[in-house]
Design a protein around this ligand. Structure first.
Ligand SMILES: [Zn+2]
Ligand SMILES: [Zn+2]
Length: 179
């Protein structure tokens, strides 16, 4: 949608932030992990997780909004060799398709939440690794969105456009670990 004049500046700003929301989401997951590994002792201990949670939710909503419409920043950033790149991203595409299915999502969420009960140094490292897998999911999701015309799974099924909206990396566990 190139009709800039039709959108108020606030919608344009939201679009811009939405375009960068996968990076913002990844950064906030890193923030969650750091907070988990080094909990602050002061009053920050209470406000930081709440601020971070609000930030995660906002980035998430803006990302969903961004993904529903055409974005000129995305079009400008289109790679010159999309098919080569797509061949490279097979695992990510697969993940973007499987990520929304209960067979993947339910055990993944169980591991994600279960890892909160790990204790000790090794347990905390394990927890951090499990949580950081969410960043890869976000990466997979945004690469898939960008290169969808070259995704072998979308082409096979034919109905890729329809199930794209169901393919969502799971953010609700953030709420659990922050509270
Ligand atoms: Zn974009
Ligand atoms: Zn696909």
């Amino acid at each position: 949608m190139g009709d800039y004049a039709a959108h108020p500046w606030s919608a344009r700003l939201a679009g811009r932030i939405g375009h960068h929301s996968p990076a913002l989401l990844s950064a906030s997951i890193l923030g969650v992990i750091l907070l988990g590994l080094y909990p602050p002792q002061s009053a920050l201990a209470l406000t930081m997780p709440i601020a971070l949670l609000a930030f995660v939710l906002m980035s998430w909503l803006l990302m969903r909004q961004h993904d529903r419409r055409l974005c000129e920043l995305c079009m400008a950033a289109m790679p010159l060799n999309p098919s080569e790149l797509a061949a490279h991203y097979k695992t990510r595409f697969w993940l973007a398709h499987s990520g929304g299915k209960p067979a993947f999502l339910v055990p993944y969420l169980a591991v994600l939440i279960g890892s909160n009960f790990l204790t000790g140094t090794i347990g905390r490292i394990g927890w951090a690794i499990v949580q950081s897998s969410m960043i890869y999911l976000i990466l997979a999701y945004s690469s898939h969105r960008r290169l969808q015309p070259w995704c072998p799974w979308c082409r096979e099924g034919g109905g890729g456009q329809d199930d794209r909206d169901d393919v969502t990396p799971p953010p609700p566990s953030d709420r659990r670990q922050l509270v």
